[in-house]
Unconditional design. Structure first.
Length: 63
């Protein structure tokens, strides 16, 4: 459960914006998507390695 402290002079828009930022930072939506289907730890590790390789190649090309 996310709790947002709303000050007396804050508008609804500011409070909503703060809530959305906190919601995104905490990663609730990402966690829900990950829990939707099970992936084996070996597959997760392989994807992490492939992502790292892709990032390394991208950095090497743009440097």
């Amino acid at each position: 459960m996310l709790i947002i402290d709303v000050k007396d002079n804050d508008s609804i828009d500011k409070a909503l914006k703060r809530y959305k930022r906190k919601y995104q930072r905490v990663g609730i939506l990402k966690e829900l998507r990950n829990r939707k289907q099970f992936t084996k730890p070996s597959v997760e590790r392989r994807e992490e390695i492939l992502d790292a390789v892709y990032r390394e190649e991208y950095l090497r090309k743009n440097s």
